[in-house]
Design a protein around this ligand. Structure first.
Ligand SMILES: Cc1cc2nc3c(=O)[nH]c(=O)nc-3n(C[C@H](O)[C@H](O)[C@H](O)COP(=O)(O)OP(=O)(O)OC[C@H]3O[C@@H](n4cnc5c(N)ncnc54)[C@H](O)[C@@H]3O)c2cc1C
Ligand code: FES
Length: 261
């Protein structure tokens, strides 16, 4: 159930350079949560920026919700500099989230950079539903959330673009394609930069494999009113401009029209 609430910061930690784990209290008014949904967040005491920033739920329990935030500009800088006991204004849960009504027997999760964060709750819920989950995580150089994924993944594969001892060196999508060349029945879920999602889409198409992509579009209102987040989505042979904050951010892999296409 969508609500606006002020939430107390329970814990905040820098888990890698410029990447922060923010634990907020969970309010009952938010109702049930789904992996792939997001909240619009802003530090309550801020003066600027006016607009809240969309941040995906990474995981949650009965009393807390955890977000993983990459510091990139003013809004995320303020959130990442906050202290336990301060208040965050939160609107959510927003977006459609991943549909887990009939989970596949086997799934592969592909995350790139901060796009690894929303896949954690998905991995947890798929695993609890009995799905065999392989997780591929791609980073520039410093992995994070690895221990969390280890607890639920049947197979965990990590790639870095810069060489790191003991880890696959290179593109995480190529790593997955090579490792699972014959496993085209697995359902694929991916979140990461657009260039990575486009590569996943092309790979899935070439293998006639099914998947879903969690896309990140620039947003303003987050509630369907401003159309800032409109994204071209191809359905039934026609391209529709759909709102990422309402009809997304999760779409079927084959539906997303990438601008570089
Ligand atoms: C549905 C959704 C879920 C998201 N989940 C997370 C998450 O879990 N963790 C996280 O760290 N970030 C997430 N983001 C991205 C996050 O919202 C932006 O990084 C944030 O809004 C930037 O705000 P800022 O004020 O710090 O930076 P700004 O000053 O607004 O921008 C700084 C830089 O970040 C780029 N940027 C801003 N917004 C986006 C965006 N939506 N996508 C890509 N680049 C952007 C700008 O182009 C600019 O280069 C998500 C975005 C969406 C739409
Ligand atoms: S952000 Fe305003 S309609 Fe989606």
């Amino acid at each position: 159930m969508k609500a606006i609430r002020d939430l107390k910061i329970i814990k905040i930690d820098e888990i890698a350079k410029g990447i922060f784990s923010l634990v907020l209290e969970r309010h009952l008014d938010f109702g049930a949560l789904k992996p792939g949904q997001f909240f619009n967040l802003a530090l309550k005491s801020r003066e600027l920026p006016l607009l809240k920033r969309p941040i995906s739920l990474s995981t949650w329990d009965d009393t807390t919700m955890t977000f993983v935030i990459r510091k990139v500009g003013k809004g995320t800088e303020l959130l990442c500099a906050a202290q336990p006991g301060e208040w965050v204004s939160a609107v959510g849960p927003l977006g459609n989230g991943f549909d887990l009504e009939a989970p596949a027997a086997e799934a592969t999760l592909l995350g790139g950079g901060i796009g690894t964060a929303p896949l954690l709750a998905l991995a947890e819920m798929l695993s609890a539903a009995g799905t065999k989950v392989n997780v591929y995580l791609g980073y520039q150089n410093e992995p994070y959330l690895v221990e969390n994924f280890k607890k639920v993944a049947d197979g965990l594969f990590i790639a870095t673009m810069e060489p790191v001892d003991g880890l696959y060196h290179g593109n995480v999508v190529e790593y997955w394609m090579a490792q699972e060349a014959d496993e085209t029945e697995r359902h694929v879920y991916s979140c990461g930069p657009d260039a990575m999602l486009h590569m996943v889409q092309l790979s899935l198409k070439s293998r006639s494999q099914k998947g879903h992509l969690l896309t990140e579009e620039r947003m303003a209102c987050g509630i369907g009113a401003c159309l800032t987040c409109a994204k071209p989505i191809e359905r039934d042979g026609e391209v529709h401009m759909l709102r990422t904050c309402i009809e997304g951010p999760v779409f079927k892999a084959e539906e997303v029209v990438f601008e570089c296409k």
